[in-house]
Design a protein around this ligand. Structure first.
Ligand code: MD5
Ligand code: FE
Length: 203
């Protein structure tokens, strides 16, 4: 089921629901090598979302700024690889969304405990905005906000639940978006948190 959010932005409801447990098992494998951590923003605040990555590069932030790094600053080693199942599903979702030739080489993994949020922002650390971003959600539901190209544009609110995939690129690639604080709850597959994976192509 494909829900259009805006030009070149859509939700594929339950697209990875059958594979949810297998994907979360791959997340556990990643976390054994590169644990979740609360990164520090350039402004000096700890993020409420805990993060890790797999792939050739990972998204990181510290007092120096936001960037993609080939090494995990916590371990000093490469990030773990993207499992073939994850890669394949991200490519299929992008195709469903109308984006062919997507070869993601970064998977940012976000863990939201109850109350964690992500303020309205644009994803603009990737340099090449011609590639889409594919996001997969698991565990506790969360309300995401999807706005326009200006911070002050009106936002749509939408609930993301286990197995939902969001694909956005093209005209929506630089749309403002965010996640409202996750409400208390329990999910059989994740316990008391929400997990989100975003697949990106950076070079
Ligand atoms: C998340 N992650 O759920 C969010 C949202 C990030 C990030 O924003 O940069 O890691 S991913 C799904 C999403 C939500 C709202 C709008 C859009 C995508 N969008 O621009 O289409 O952890
Ligand atoms: Fe984002």
């Amino acid at each position: 089921v494909r829900e259009e959010l805006a030009p070149d932005a859509m939700i594929l409801r339950h697209f990875v629901l059958p594979q949810a447990k297998a994907i979360l098992a791959q997340v556990s494998t990643v976390v054994e090598c590169s644990p979740f951590r609360h990164m520090i923003t350039p402004g000096g605040y700890g993020m409420s979302v805990a993060m890790t990555n797999c792939g050739d590069y990972g998204w990181v932030t510290d007092r120096q700024g936001y960037r993609y790094s080939a090494e995990d600053p916590l371990t000093g080693k490469s990030w773990p690889p993207v499992a073939p199942l994850l890669y394949q599903l991200a490519v299929e979702a992008a195709e469903q969304g109308g984006f062919s030739d997507f070869q993601p080489n970064v998977c940012l993994i976000n863990r939201y405990a109850i109350g964690a949020k992500m303020s309205l922002h644009q994803d603009k650390d990737e340099k090449n905005f011609s590639y889409p971003i594919v996001s997969m959600s698991f565990g506790l539901p969360a309300v995401f906000q999807f706005g326009g190209l200006s911070r002050s544009d009106k936002v749509q609110k939408c609930l993301l639940t286990q197995g939902d995939v969001v694909v956005w690129g093209g005209a929506s690639r630089l749309a403002y978006h965010g996640i409202l604080p996750v409400k208390a709850g329990y999910h059989t597959d994740t316990g008391d948190c929400r997990i989100n994976l975003t697949f990106r192509q950076v070079d």
